[in-house]
Design a protein around this ligand. Structure first.
Ligand SMILES: Cc1cc2nc3c(=O)[nH]c(=O)nc-3n(C[C@H](O)[C@H](O)[C@H](O)COP(=O)(O)O)c2cc1C
Length: 162
């Protein structure tokens, strides 16, 4: 099994989630390529694709949008799993409308769209970003649940037949 794991990340939290997923695949004996969405030239060689993005102002990042559009036709013919990393579901943060991300996935055959908690560390951000984050009510802290991330990757491994 040859799997592409691609993710759009601005401050690294989503990249680390994608790294953990790819490591899980490698441990299971799959070949996993970790490539940024903008650097992917072709998806032809992959048996499955895992695509993720950090969520900013309710949206996937432009690089992830662009990836879904560029490869829409090829992705429609492959098993695709999608994940978002953000503060949706984090306590104190209001649940958001997932249909903002959903339309991106309707033209591919996505098996799942999973939301993971992210990390918000104001010290990593510009003043402008901190102001927007504050207005959006983003909660400070690292909410990434590594056990849940491994479990999700294991579900993909099982469904691909290992
Ligand atoms: C300016 C800003 C806006 C954000 N907007 C959202 C949002 O609309 N929904 C959400 O779930 N999380 C939101 N977040 C939280 C980020 O998705 C979270 O910090 C994520 O882990 C960032 O991933 P990255 O480090 O890979 O860029 C926002 C964070 C910032 C700084």
């Amino acid at each position: 099994m040859h799997i592409l794991v691609t993710a759009a990340s601005k401050h690294g939290a989503t990249d680390e989630v994608a790294d953990a997923i790819a490591r899980r695949f490698t441990k299971a004996g799959f070949e996993a390529d970790r490539i940024a969405p903008g650097d992917v030239d072709s998806v032809e060689e992959y048996d499955a694709v895992v695509v993720g993005s950090a969520v900013y102002i309710l949206q996937w990042m432009p690089a992830a949008h662009d990836f879904m559009e560029r490869f829409a036709r090829e992705l429609a013919a492959k098993p695709v799993w999608a994940f978002s990393v953000g503060m949706n579901g984090v306590p104190k943060h209001a649940p958001q409308d997932p249909t903002r991300i959903g339309p991106l996935l309707t033209h591919v055959n996505a098996k799942d769209l999973k939301s993971f908690g992210g990390r918000y560390k104001p010290s990593l951000l510009s003043l402008r970003e901190r102001s927007v984050a504050r207005l959006a009510g983003v909660v400070e802290g690292d909410f990434r649940d590594w056990a849940a991330i491994d479990e999700w990757a294991d579900g993909i491994i099982a469904s691909l037949g290992r």
